[in-house]
Every structure is written in structure tokens, then in C-alpha cells.
Design a protein around this ligand. Sequence first.
Ligand code: AMP
Ligand code: MN
Ligand code: MN
Ligand code: MN
Length: 285
Amino acid sequence: MQTILNADLHCHSVVSDGTLTPEELAPRAAANGVELWALTDHDEIGGQHRAAAAARAAGMRYLTGTEISVTFADLTVHIVGLGFDPDHPAMVQGLARTRGGREARAREMSEDLARVGIKGAYEGALKYVGNPDLISRTHFARFMVDSGVCRDTSEVFRKYLTDGKPGFVPHRWATLGDAVGWIREAGGVAVIAHPGRYNHPNATREYALFTEFIGHGGQAVEVVTGSHSAAEFVKYADMAVEFGLAASRGSDFHSPDESHTDLGKLPYLEGRLTPVWELLADRIL
Ligand code: AMP
Ligand code: MN
Ligand code: MN
Ligand code: MN
């Protein structure tokens, strides 16, 4: 299969922290020229059957997707799963367990924000939540923008909700081995999401993430994604080749108001890369 394909294999709906429904995302993706689409809600697959139906109605091919929160060497890392069986018990139960801690974490985040004078953040964030199982920092950020604490969500994540700032609550997510294992058991391919976004203390740790990921059976890395710079497209294309990983492409679109990169509006993968959809030819709906 060719690398020149408008595939968008990373985005979010109201089933996690996006603002559009699967039925709103699919025609938007199709209008932007997307030919192969995956909805990858955080730690959730509750939107998969809806997304597959909406993709079919909009004339796009579809791969099942999710983005799993993982704790690796004290960092939060995201692993995208593609092309798995959305009803597989390992995946369904593993994700349910991963979502489990979010409610208590959100209440603690709210208590910490109250200490710096931001009151009622839990109740405020809840108003933006589409799925009660999936309250995330993004919902807090929307509350803090709309209530005038910050001008935009990037200011929120600069001043709050991140390590060392008010409202940050450390959390233990899934292990790398568990996340990759669930994806593989369910017949899918595991992908390191937006590798350029992790604050690894040094290059050795980044290599350790790639090496351990491959050791667990991971097979791909996002090379072209909304938050990567042009230099990072090249850096991670090089690393994909060096580590023998397939390459993925996805906008990480969350919202028309917040996302810089719209669905499908990304450079194509370079011809020297093996596209992840080549590994998933028999899983495309
Ligand atoms: P959580 O899973 O609750 O930790 O929330 C993580 C989500 O917060 C990510 O998936 C992004 O949607 C959002 N996020 C994290 N950092 C930033 C940032 N610097 N700017 C905008 N959104 C961010
Ligand atoms: Mn998100
Ligand atoms: Mn992510
Ligand atoms: Mn994402």
C-alpha cells in the first residue's frame, strides 16, 4: 500500500476529550479529503461502532482505534492502538481499569486548584464532560478558559495542570507492556503516539522507550502528527527506519476551536517509510 494516502489515524470525540461527536467528525474528515480514518479516544472504545458506521456513511475506510495512557519511567506516554477487535475482553477490561482512577484524580485536581483560589473546578469541568468515565485535564482546561482564569488552553497547560504546577496530580496509568499486550491480543497494531511530546530526561531514555516498546511487540510510531515540527517529521522518520518500525500519520484533532491541525491536513508520509496501514490491510473496514 502506498505512503501517499490521506490517512488520519489519531483524533478525539466527545467519548473522551474532543468536542465533536463521531457523527460530526466523520463528514469533517471526509470533506478534508481523508480516505482512511481512525477515531482514537483516550482509554475508551465506546465510540468505535458509531465511528465505523459514520465513516462508511461518509465514504471513508476505517480502522478501529484508541489512545492508551501509559506510565513509562515516571513519564506519561500515549500508545495508540489500531485495527483491533473492539469487543475483545482483554482490551475492554484493560481500558476500563485504566479509566478507573480518573474520577478520584479529578477531585484531587480540583482540591489543589482551590488552594490557589480556583473554586469549583470539578463541578465546572464536569459540564464539559461527554462521558462520565472519562474526565480529563482537557475538561478542566475548558472550564478555566470559559470562566476567565486563562485566555486559552495552552495558557492553562503552561500555568496549571502540569508537573510542578497547581492542579497537577501524579497518576499511575497502564504499564507499557499491558497496553501493547491488550492491543496485540485483540489483533491490532501498537503505535507510539506523538513521540516528540515527551520530556525524556535524555536521549537514552527515549531509546529505552522505543526498545522496550518493540520488546513488548509494538510495531509503529507516529511520524506525522499535529504537534510535530518539520524537524520532528524527519527525526522520527529516521528513528522509524533505524528501529524497523512502521510509520503512522494522524492530526490528534480535538476541537475546531482548540486544534491547530484539522483532520487530514498534514504532510504525507515520506516514501522511504512503511505505512502502518500496510500492516493492517486485512483489518481495514
Ligand atoms: P489527561 O489524559 O487527563 O492527562 O489529559 C491529557 C490531555 O490534555 C491530552 O490528551 C491533551 O488533549 C491535553 N493536553 C495536555 N497537554 C496539553 C497542552 N500543552 N496543550 C493543550 N492540550 C494539552
Ligand atoms: Mn486529549
Ligand atoms: Mn496524546
Ligand atoms: Mn490524542
